[in-house]
Design a protein around this ligand. Structure first.
Ligand SMILES: *Cc1c(COP(=O)(O)O)cnc(C)c1O
Ligand SMILES: [Zn+2]
Length: 375
């Protein structure tokens, strides 16, 4: 089946067995359950545009976010390089998840779906609820009970149905899969929806376009299962450029960083995730292969994966607000926290150019801010 208006998408290719599948609402390879990746024809310019991923009637102005230079001393007084933030708080629902959901929703509509579901630690659900409201499509969002109240309120504000699922994110993920079998299009923003993940290459492309090829040495990315890592990796590759990827996790949920530290070939699911960084609290239960794929990309970029304790993440969050005017949620500051760690460990050249992805807005998680500002 080919889909009218599906732009340059040619097939869904399985990363595990290599089979190419025709365009459909597939989430895993029907032959081997492997991760699926969108295969596109390369445009004459060599570069894709937003309109190749997102239909006019779906877009809400996501992406094309500012890349802003901030004081290098945010890393350390001894750091003499350059520091930039890619400010994803500017997206319509306040996180970079809008990029994935806009593309996934575009494809879901082309394939004629009537309702959508998303498993979420908050931001993916808010994005799905936001774009579903605009599309006039009912949305059901499955979130862990521990999700920050502000994110749950935002999901409800857009009129989505919220289902609180006991336990960690893995249970919400499983519940959304169950609903998928009942006819919902699944917009979950792990590697599950290949159309959403595909659009993240634009994030990488925007950085290369803004800084010029060969300028950025490192991009630090708060990392859960890792689609944004892939987006940076691919976006740089689209320009024939390379960058070292720093995958930033929290000590309370660090499946990828711990596999990196122990030189393991594969990522194992994390038991008992517990961190103030709710957006990166996915223990990867039932989809640890996604973590392994991300780890492979980190390694092949000559990068690193590091976990920071919550205190360091909160300190980085406060410093971004107080010294650069960026109001973000804890998860989003994990990138700066990990850059600080890398520098302290001697892994960062003191004259390097570093980009920190600041992935979600501070308005989403006032409880984290209250604990700091009321002191
Ligand atoms: C989801 C999320 C991440 C993690 O991104 P992945 O691509 O799923 O690894 C990082 N930051 C924020 C704010 C998020 O919501
Ligand atoms: Zn396969």
């Amino acid at each position: 089946m080919t889909v009218e208006g599906s732009g340059a998408i040619e097939a869904l290719r399985c990363l595990a067995c290599g089979t190419a599948h025709p365009i459909a609402l597939l989430y895993r390879c029907p032959a081997c359950r492997g991760i699926l990746q969108v295969e596109r024809s390369v445009p004459a310019s060599g570069m894709w545009r937003r309109s190749d991923f997102v239909a006019d009637e779906v877009t809400l102005g996501e992406g094309d976010t500012p890349l802003r230079e901030v004081p290098a001393s945010l890393v350390s007084a001894e750091f003499g390089g350059r520091l930039y933030v890619k400010d994803e708080t500017r997206n319509p629902s306040g996180s970079f998840k809008d990029r994935l959901v806009a593309a996934a929703m575009t494809q879901a509509r082309r394939l004629g779906v009537e309702r959508v579901v998303s498993a979420s630690s908050g931001n993916a659900g808010a994005a799905a609820a936001c774009y579903a409201a605009n599309a006039g499509i009912p949305a059901l969002i499955c979130c862990p009970e521990s999700t920050p109240h502000g994110k749950l309120a935002q999901i409800k504000a857009y009129g989505a149905q919220l289902e609180l699922v006991p336990g960690h994110y893995g249970n919400s993920f499983a519940r959304a899969m169950e609903l998928t079998r009942q006819g919902y299009a699944n917009l979950t923003t792990t590697y599950l929806n290949p159309f959403g993940v595909d659009a993240l290459r634009l994030f990488g492309q925007e950085i290369v376009t803004a800084l010029g090829k060969g300028t950025a040495n490192w991009v630090a990315i708060p990392t859960s299962s890792g689609p944004l890592v892939q987006g940076v990796y691919q976006g740089f590759a689209d320009h024939g450029a390379k960058v070292r990827i720093l995958a930033a996790q929290a000590e309370g949920c660090a499946p990828i960083a711990s596999a990196f530290a122990s030189n393991a070939a594969a990522v194992q699911p994390w038991n008992n995730p517990h961190t103030v960084a709710s957006g990166i609290s996915d223990p990867l239960i039932e989809h640890a292969d996604e973590g392994t794929h991300t780890l492979t990309l980190v390694r092949s970029s000559n990068g690193q994966a590091l976990a920071s304790p919550d205190e360091e993440i909160l300190a980085a969050m406060a410093d971004l607000a107080r010294r650069a005017g960026i109001f973000c949620e804890p998860t989003a500051a994990a990138s700066l926290a990990s850059v600080r760690r890398l520098f302290r460990a001697g892994g960062l050249d003191p004259s390097a150019t570093v980009v920190c992805a600041v992935t979600g807005h501070g308005f989403k998680d006032f409880s984290a801010w209250s604990s700091l500002t009321l002191k």
